[in-house]
Design a protein around this ligand. Structure first.
Ligand code: 6GU
Length: 254
């Protein structure tokens, strides 16, 4: 997968050199290219921001450097795309508090793409014509991490790249661990049950006896019950959205 990121703070993306994502880059599973938006300005001060039309506090990012940066990236596609993939182009992801909330389903969908481009806004965001223009040429998705405000899109890139990259074949050693975790479709999007390792007793707290009992059916039932209870308490929205078909009679008794 090729990932291009445009930012005025490329150093923010250094953590992507660490751990499994760094290793995936060294193995050639991911190619990350970070571009400095200021390289696409033409004035002495390398200006990327300006005051908003209509007034108001803060500065907006000017459209022209974004147009030049994104056009240059689009003109340099990864090698080995099929004709259809080249025609479709990348998905342009624009982190923003006004985007749709980023969820595991979207991470799975993006993991199928050969090419992602991220546009990191700062200040009060990017002139709205940038998204409007590129939406007429390629697929554009504005994505939010949740209902709070960050200073820019770079942290969201860290989040989205990590969530997507770990779904690529070969990035996470044990593929089976992906199916068991919180928000996995295999578990109806429920939160994961609590988990324990040795010792069996620690500071007066014992591991639930059923987990050491060796009865696989009982362990599975206990985990499902705990996942349902935890999700109902912490994320009633997730339980409310479960289709009838996702729960059986034993679930509904929890
Ligand atoms: Cl993706 N960007 C910014 N600037 N703020 C956010 C966000 C993204 N998600 C939540 N708040």
């Amino acid at each position: 997968m090729r990932i291009d990121v445009v930012s005025i703070f490329g150093e923010y993306l250094q953590p992507l050199q660490l751990s499994l994502i760094g290793k995936a880059q060294r193995q050639g599973l991911i190619e990350l290219r970070v571009h400095d938006l200021r390289d696409f300005t033409h004035d002495r001060h390398r200006t990327v921001d300006d005051t908003p039309y209509g007034g108001g506090a803060g500065l907006l990012m000017k459209p022209e450097p974004w147009g030049e940066a994104l056009d240059a990236i689009l003109a340099d596609p990864p090698a080995g795309l099929s004709a259809e993939q080249a025609e479709r182009g990348p998905v342009l992801l624009v982190p923003s508090p006004v985007g749709e909330v980023f969820r595991q389903e979207r991470a799975h969908a993006l993991a199928e793409e050969p090419w992602l481009v991220f546009a990191c806004g700062r200040y009060e965001g990017i002139d709205a014509r940038v998204v409007e223009h590129y939406a007429s040429r390629i697929r554009v998705q504005e994505v939010s991490l949740g209902d709070y405000v960050l200073n820019g899109g770079e942290v969201a890139v860290l989040v989205v790249v990590e969530a997507v990259a770990r779904l690529l074949p070969g990035v996470v050693g044990n593929a089976a661990s992906l199916a068991e975790e919180s928000h996995a479709a295999e578990h109806d999007g429920l939160l994961e049950h609590p988990a324990y390792t040795k010792p069996a007793s620690w500071r007066g707290l014992d591991v639930p006896a059923v987990l050491a009992g060796g009865h696989h059916g009982q362990v599975a039932r206990w985990r499902r019950d705990e996942a349902l209870r935890r999700t109902a308490r912490r994320r009633p929205d997730v339980v409310a959205a479960l289709p009838e078909s996702a729960t059986d009679a034993a679930d509904r008794a929890v």
